[in-house]
Design a protein. Structure first.
Length: 160
């Protein structure tokens, strides 16, 4: 599989994967009312801005002519880390395919000190990052998405 960089015309496909993957992966972690009201149209504008900015990396995983996953990375939003894997999402049909590994490898490249924030209750994602050598570094934060208050834990590569 070849990971490719997103271009402006990919924003809607990225938004679709974003919404559909959240609705599958976060069911039971985020209230159904929040997940059921996610909008591809609303997310598309944000992805258009990110992709056009050129200041972040947005890589896509295509399969059979469809975008089935993406990763989003760049300068860390935290002062104590240089690089962050902001998100990686795949459609459920691509789970277990190896595309997530390819996306992470492409997103972080040669970076040695990388962080990623994970929902505390997302056991599947936590196992994935732990298999890649990321470790909980003790940082936590709370985020609000719609009516949901979410607890997140920060993972960091061993070199961090």
């Amino acid at each position: 599989m070849t990971i490719r960089l997103a271009v402006a015309s990919d924003a809607s496909a990225v938004a679709s994967v974003h919404v559909r993957s959240w609705q599958s992966a976060y069911r039971g972690l985020i209230p159904d009312s929040v997940l059921d009201n996610l909008s591809v149209e609303a997310r598309t504008a944000g992805w258009e801005e990110y992709i056009a900015s050129g200041s972040v990396w947005v890589g896509l995983a295509p399969a059979s002519g469809e975008i089935v996953g993406f990763a989003f990375a760049g300068e860390s939003r935290d002062d104590d880390a240089p690089f962050e894997l902001y998100t990686i999402y795949l459609l459920p049909s691509a789970w277990g395919s190896g595309l997530a590994l390819e996306l992470v490898a492409a997103a972080i490249g040669d970076e040695k000190d990388v962080i990623v924030w994970v929902l505390d209750g997302n056991a599947r994602a936590r196992r994935f990052y732990e298999r890649l050598g990321f470790r909980v570094d003790g940082a936590t934060r709370t985020q609000t998405v719609g009516s949901a208050v979410l607890e997140e834990v920060r993972y960091r590569t061993a070199a961090g």
